[in-house]
Design a protein around this ligand. Structure first.
Ligand code: RUB
Length: 282
């Protein structure tokens, strides 16, 4: 069994990344933990420690809220199954969105977006190609490019600055989500600019996200990561001391820029997602 320390370290260092994987790995740890220690006071301490590592991604938070209510170790398995089966269900809708010869632009590395795109290639045999954006500063887009390329999908890796150059040639943008909030889609920093580029080029912008990503938290914060991630990319560091460097990990894309959200329950309009969020809030 992976220790709490190890689980937290792997999530913090982005060895485990993406909202669903963060939740699944935390749940795997908790499964062993509750077998030994149950759901007593210490469970809450451990749960809070895990939740604090990547606070923006809402899936783990929503899973913990369910666990806090049900207090059953079988709930842990149920939640892992729910996340995994949502990916499969969403993927089936790729047939309705992705056609042969489609050029798809994607951003960062989202397990749900990956499954959706791969499904159209492997199951529906669509001759697609993908443009993966590098996604600075952590470059998770490289994972995406490798992942798709291993499946045999033609993939081109581009710098984030080249989005405006390539957007006219794509048929759609497909991204994942860290959270779906009333204000909009929370996803990797840069997603908002990509959505603006897609909208100005009249290209559809799709999100693939399960229902555990609905986020009604009052206490919501955008994770700000170490400035060192930006600093190490600067070639000339002369006279750089004293300049403030900011490194938010996520941004919010307003719903007006989103075409639809593909969930395990079907393809849902942004208006319906907002209604669901309002309903859950009240
Ligand atoms: C990952 C990211 C992903 C979402 C969705 O950011 O923004 O698009 O988390 O991923 P990071 P998934 O690499 O900082 O965790 O679909 O796998 O839940």
């Amino acid at each position: 069994m992976k220790s709490l320390h190890r689980t937290i370290a792997d999530i913090r260092k982005i060895k485990i990344q993406g909202a669903n994987e963060i939740a699944i790995h935390s749940l795997c740890f908790l499964k062993q933990y509750v077998k030994q220690h149950g759901f007593g006071k210490d469970f809450e301490i451990v749960a809070k420690k895990l939740e604090k590592v990547r606070p923006t991604a809402v899936v783990l938070h929503n899973c913990l809220e369910i666990l806090r209510k049900e207090k059953k170790s079988s709930t842990v398995d149920k939640l892992i199954r729910t996340i995994n089966s949502a990916r499969e269900k969403e993927s089936k809708y790729s047939d309705k969105i992705i056609r042969s010869q489609s050029v798809i632009m994607t951003y960062c590395h989202s397990g749900e977006a990956m499954s959706f795109i791969k499904h159209s290639w492997t199951r529906h045999k669509k001759k697609i190609s993908v443009i993966a954006c590098l996604t600075e500063p952590k470059q998770q887009g490289v994972l995406t490019a490798k992942d798709l390329s291993l499946e045999g999908i033609p993939v081109t890796l581009i710098d984030d600055n080249a989005i405006g150059y390539f957007i006219k040639g794509v048929d759609m943008v497909v991204v994942g989500a860290d959270a779906l909030r009333l204000e909009g889609l929370v996803n990797k920093i840069g997603t908002r600019l990509l959505a603006i580029a897609a909208s100005s080029a009249h290209k559809p912008f799709y999100i693939v996200a399960n229902s555990l990503k609905l986020d009604t938290r009052e206490n919501f914060k955008i994770e700000e990561r170490s400035s060192r991630e930006i600093l190490r990319k600067i070639i000339n560091k002369e006279k750089i001391n004293g300049i403030e460097i900011r490194n938010p990990a996520f941004d919010i894309t307003p719903w007006e820029l989103v075409t639809a959200v593909i969930t395990e329950r079907g393809i849902i309009s942004p208006e319906k997602i907002k209604k669901e969020l309002l309903y859950e809030k009240n």
